[in-house]
Design a protein around this ligand. Structure first.
Ligand SMILES: [Zn+2]
Length: 161
């Protein structure tokens, strides 16, 4: 059974609809305020706070699914590198108490020398606070979600050929 926690941004029913990819227990969501094009989040469908709350099956699925999501994002946005970032616990900078893995796909000089980790820290606040960074409009958000879904079909067609 899914545990849904009221007020949790990642437990909202809409998230299931807005995911561009899903597995049995996880969703891949485009970041509402991406630090770079393609910046997405992997979240468990049930309300789990920490990586340590996931069982063995979920832990294995997390890695397999996140690899798949990363490959898809790299294909969709023509990138050849990536950062994964996980803040686990308040003292580690976790602001939303629902497990989320940041996937930031990278390209040469994409941040113009800025520190990506600092931007991730700021982004974590944005997930809760709408005033700290510009957010995508609903239309833009939908555009990226649909674009990635479409790219997923293309990627699978290529691998079948
Ligand atoms: Zn939640």
């Amino acid at each position: 059974m899914d545990t849904v926690t009221e007020g949790c941004p990642f437990c909202k029913r809409e998230n299931q609809e807005m995911a561009f990819l899903e597995s049995d227990n996880f969703l891949a969501l485009y970041n509402i305020a991406p630090i770079l094009r393609g910046h997405s989040l992997v979240v468990p469908k049930r309300h789990a706070v920490s990586l340590m709350d996931l069982n063995e099956t979920e832990s294995a699925e997390l890695v397999a699914f996140s690899r798949k999501v990363t490959l898809l994002l790299q294909f969709a946005f023509k990138s050849d590198g990536f950062d994964w970032s996980l803040q686990d616990g308040i003292n580690a900078g976790q602001t939303v108490s629902h497990f989320h893995l940041h996937i930031v796909i990278r390209s040469k000089m994409d941040l113009g020398g800025q520190d990506w980790f600092q931007l991730i820290q700021e982004n974590n606040k944005t997930l809760l606070d709408s005033s700290s960074r510009p957010r995508l409009s609903d239309e833009e958000y939908l555009f990226y979600t649909e674009y990635i879904k479409d790219q997923y079909k293309k990627m699978n067609q290529i691998s079948e050929d």
